[in-house]
Structures are given as structure tokens and as C-alpha cells.
Design a protein around this ligand. Sequence first.
Ligand SMILES: NC(=O)c1ccc[n+]([C@@H]2O[C@H](COP(=O)([O-])OP(=O)(O)OC[C@H]3O[C@@H](n4cnc5c(N)ncnc54)[C@H](OP(=O)(O)O)[C@@H]3O)[C@@H](O)[C@H]2O)c1
Length: 325
Amino acid sequence: MHLQRTQQYLRSISSFVKHRIPLAQALNTRIKHHSTTSTSHPASSHLPLANTTALITGASRGIGLAIAHLFAANGATLVLVSRNVATLAGVLDGLPSPFFPPDPAFTSNSSLASHAPDGYSEDASSAHQAPDSRNNSSARHQILTGDVGSPTFWAVLKQRKLNIELLVNAAGVTHASPLFVTGTQCLEEVVRTNLMGTMLGCRVVGRGMLRGGGCIINVASLLGLKGGTGSAVYAASKAGVIGLTRALAAEVGKSGIRVNVIIPGYIETDMTAGMTPAAREEALKSIPLGRFGDASEIADAALFLATNRYANNCVINLDGGLSAT
Ligand SMILES: NC(=O)c1ccc[n+]([C@@H]2O[C@H](COP(=O)([O-])OP(=O)(O)OC[C@H]3O[C@@H](n4cnc5c(N)ncnc54)[C@H](OP(=O)(O)O)[C@@H]3O)[C@@H](O)[C@H]2O)c1
């Protein structure tokens, strides 16, 4: 199994390098043009997230992926987290350079799925307890695979002593079922991933920010405020994330750590792709803007929170007006 994983790594690294060469050449051309030996484009140092390292959980798909693209385009160095190394390797491959805008196609989950070798999920499950990292050959971004709900994952991350100034807790799962028929295992998975994962991330990465300040952005859900049939467990976990954000914003603001939360309504991602046509129709009827949001619209809010130095305890609803109905 170990050998198999190593081979998979080498294959994905060689495909990564293969794709990166033209970009590296373009970069060299520009550097020469500006007569500098610096390894980054001169213009990139003026980007809002230049010299900032951001850890993003749930970066393999949907909202976390959109945030990763926008942050990378704005100069951040990224640490990408999810449970699936192959998917993250594909994400790494598609990240924009700091001085190029994000590719609009990145929000398409199907295009990303094509990066993942078949049958990898079995291998990914074995990576839960031991984060696995790989440096990007352009020396900027890296990936870490593991389960955010596992204290071991965060303990291993802590040992790596990464200097993270920006944390986005976007990893999340949902199970739509009435509480009385929801099994304990399912209940635990939702609470462990959504609430414990966010809390552990805040504790480990936030403590590291005590050195020089930083910003934490949590992703909750409108269901955490409003409730909804079949969402008791998910709603409870997300209400917890909102409470956690508020308390932490008061607790660590004086240390220069800003803590904020985004509250999305319905967003077009894998998470909503499984809705029945009837449920989708019903949801659309109650959204004043008449559509689901795009993951890039949540990423815009994350960039605002990351860069606005007075943003602390911000609770940003992005739901097309659903919360008003
Ligand atoms: N889409 C919506 O309508 C909506 C609305 C409100 C709130 N939200 C919230 O927004 C966040 C992002 O959701 P999304 O719509 O982008 O969902 P998504 O497309 O299903 O992506 C979920 C992400 O979380 C990661 N993840 C799940 N469990 C994990 C675990 N235990 N450890 C590490 N990573 C894990 C997944 O990665 P792997 O599977 O590769 O591990 C994936 O990257 C979630 O917190 C969700 O609750 C979404």
C-alpha cells in the first residue's frame, strides 16, 4: 500500500511539474524583463495577501476551493487541507499564479473530479490520522491530507510549526435526516467535522497566531441561525460554529487575532448537487434573488474578511436574501 501511494505521488508530481514548466518559463521571462533575481513576480509583492500563509480546510472542492483560487491569485501562500491527496494534487496543479486571475472553470466540480485517479478513496481513508504533505515545485503551496475532526491531525500539523496568519475553516459535511431517525455515527460525523474540526483548527492554528496576529474565517450556514426540517444535527453544528466565532473574537481580539464567520445560504457545490428537484425548486422559491449562490461569491467575502483590518466578529450572510424571508 505504501509503495502504491509513493508511486501515485510520483505520478502526480511528474504531471504537476510537466504542467508547471510553461508557467515557470513565463515567470522567468517576466523576471528577466524586470531585471531582478527575485523568485516572485515584482507585482505580486503588492497584492493584498502577499507574504501571507493561509491554511484552508475543505480546499478540495466547492467553497474551500474557490477561496483557495482567490487567495492564490491575491498572493497568498497556501496550505490546502482535505482527506483526499489525489484531489488536492489536482487542485494544486490548477491554482493560479499571483498575478493571473482565477480560472472561472475552477468552480466546476466535475472538472476537478477528472483529476482524481479511480479507486483512490480507499487509500485516502488511511491518511486520516497522519497528515501527508508535498511541496509545490514552484515552492509556494503545499497540501496536507487528514480528517479535520481528528485531534491527531491537528497535533501533527502543530509539530510542523508552520507560520500561518490566515485560517479558513471550510471543511464540512451534511446529512439531511430528521433527528429521531439519525444514527449516532452520522450524528457524530457531522458534529466532529463541522464543529470539532473548526474548534480544533481555531485552537491549534489560532494559538500559533499569538506570535504576530492573524485572521480566522469560519464557514457556518444559514441553517445554524434559521433551522429547517431534516437539518437538526447540521444546524446544531453550525450554530456552534457561529457561537465559537463570537466568543473567540472577544477572547483573542486583543492579541491581534480577528475571528469572523460567513453564513452562506444555498451555494452551487457538491453539497447541494444531491438535492431532489422538488427540494431545489422549493428552495429557489424562497430566495429573493431567485438563484443559488456561486462559490466564488463566498470567496469574495473571505477575501474581504482577510484583508479588512477592522473586521472582527463579522457575521456575513450571503444567501441571496433567504434570511429575510
Ligand atoms: N453548499 C452550500 O449550500 C453550503 C451552505 C451553507 C454552508 N456551507 C458550508 O460551506 C462549507 C463548504 O461546503 P461546500 O458546499 O463547499 O461542500 P463540498 O463541496 O461538499 O466540500 C466539502 C469540503 O470539505 C472537505 N471535508 C469534508 N469532511 C472533511 C474532513 N473530515 N476532513 C477534512 N476535510 C473534509 C471535503 O474534502 P474531501 O472530501 O476531499 O476530504 C471538501 O473539500 C461547509 O462547511 C458547508 O457546511 C455550504
